[in-house]
Design a protein around this ligand. Structure first.
Ligand code: UGA
Length: 440
């Protein structure tokens, strides 16, 4: 919404939320999320045509277009628990719009939702024969965290789904006009609503499938002394395959991939497509396997016991350039290492606050230190979990001197200079490459 306000001074954008603390943070000098470039954009439009407020009813009354971006977490109870999307916030919002609207509105589905949710929204909005006309559009968001501003300024595509009726198409054109302020027309794709909703889930499923594919092959590389970076490069050179999203890692995280795939799986099961559901569930299974493998590799390499050993996790965010830790592989790894009775020192330039919350109930020794040198000092091993650039340029000789020997580095992102670290004296365990060790 900040980008819309920034690119379209002729529109007035108001963000409303029930969370007073959040809104106060957005209104303060320090934004509640870390996202490179966002600060500048928000500052340049806040108070001009971008406003943050908790007055939801007023927001509904005053607006012609409402983007609904409420959260749709995985359901934790009842039918579909652990898989289906929890749509309670979405439905509450629909009812609230219905109660408060006094003029026709375009409702834009921005949250990622299972197919046919817009239909449910439409049914609620037309339920008490209200004289007010509502049009529901689907406009999924494809930005990735950490590169959100770039992705929004220069999107591969903007997708808008609408009813193929006269009113539906009119509403669609209103939204197209907004994006046309900065997105070239040939990148604005329009479709029916259901295809638009499904495309969002499928795009995330395909991206995560690529990561699980390369991660599954990383396991084979480790057994056969092949090098995953070489394999990924050779495969990615095929223009039909492409080279993006082929970085082997400790596993994918984030609030979307797992949730969206499980949603897709649930949908397939609902329609009796068991083979299709199994196929996509495999992506999530491999991801868990990859995280588990990382921990097991640490255990076996460090002489089959981690009890009492001090291990520093370099990075806790689910990826670099964000403070977000939702579904971060670091959470899984930290918990598993503590089960093995290791002592953890966690460092991350942006995510320590969230890390503290994620691990608050953990039963073990965990500390949080911002400075990576202090975090590594006195440790037996470093496990690099997030690919922050700053970790590439650390003084590893200094770090080596401060650690207990033999010193281990498990590079869960393959971003370090393994040969150099080996020469310094470390035992190095990358992902999908032969380990470099000083043992016989
Ligand atoms: C993802 C999609 O990339 C966006 O297009 C989508 O809009 C978004 O989900 C969403 O649905 O909201 P995001 O979760 O922010 O974006 O992050 P990604 O950059 O896709 O990374 C996801 C995870 O995959 C991270 O843990 C990352 O480290 C990992 N990853 C990514 C790899 O392990 N290897 C790769 O080659 C690429």
């Amino acid at each position: 919404m900040a980008m819309i306000a920034y690119k379209c001074p002729q529109y007035r954008v108001t963000i409303v939320d029930i969370n007073h603390k959040r809104i106060a943070e957005w209104n303060s000098g320090k934004l509640p999320v870390y996202e490179p470039g966002l600060d500048e954009i928000v500052k340049s439009v806040k108070g001009k045509n971008l406003f943050f407020s908790t007055e939801i009813e007023k927001g509904i009354k005053d607006s012609d277009i409402i983007f609904v971006s409420v959260n749709t977490p995985t359901k934790s109870f009842g039918v579909g628990a652990g898989m289906a999307a929890d749509l309670q916030y979405w439905e509450k919002t629909a009812r609230q719009i219905l109660q408060n609207a006094e003029s026709p509105k375009i409702i834009v589905e921005k949250s990622t939702l299972p197919v046919k949710t817009a239909l449910a929204m439409e049914r609620i909005l037309t339920s008490n024969n209200s004289r007010i006309h509502f049009d529901v559009l689907s406009n999924p968001e494809f930005l990735a965290e950490g590169t959100a501003i770039q992705d929004l300024e220069n999107p591969d595509r903007v997708l808008i789904g609408s009813n193929q009726t006269e009113n539906g198409l009119k509403a669609r054109d209103v939204l197209v006009e907004i994006y046309k302020n900065w997105v070239p027309s040939d990148r604005i794709i329009t479709s029916d609503i259901w295809s638009s909703e499904l495309s969002k889930l499928v795009a995330n499923a395909f991206l995560s499938q690529r990561i699980s594919s390369i991660n599954s092959i990383s396991a084979l590389c480790e057994k056969t002394d092949a090098d995953i970076t070489t394999v990924a490069r050779a495969v990615g050179f095929d223009s039909r395959i492409g080279n993006k999203y082929l970085n082997a890692s400790v596993g994918f995280g984030g609030s979307c991939f797992k949730k969206d795939i499980l949603n897709l799986v649930y949908l397939c099961l609902h329609y009796g497509l068991h083979e299709v559901a199994d196929y996509w569930e495999g992506v999530v299974k491999i991801n868990k396997y990859q995280m588990e493998r990382f921990v097991l590799n640490m255990l076996t390499s460090m002489f089959n016991t981690l009890t009492g050993k001090k291990i520093s996790l370099f990075g806790f965010a689910f990826k670099a350039n964000t403070g977000d830790t939702r579904e971060s592989p670091a959470i899984f790894i930290a918990k598993r290492l503590v089960e093995e009775k290791a002592e953890l020192v966690i460092t991350d330039p942006e995510a320590l606050q969230n890390a503290r919350i994620d691990l608050k109930n953990i039963d073990g020794k965990v500390s949080f230190i911002e400075d990576p040198y202090d975090a590594a000092a006195g440790c037996h091993a470093i496990a690099l979990v997030t690919e922050w650039d700053l970790y590439k340029n650390l003084d590893f000789e200094k770090i080596y001197r401060s650690m207990i020997k033999p010193a281990f580095i498990f590079d869960g992102r393959n971003i370090l200079d393994h040969n150099r670290l080996f020469e310094i004296g470390f035992n190095i365990y990358p992902i999908g490459k032969p380990a470099l060790t000083h043992f016989e």
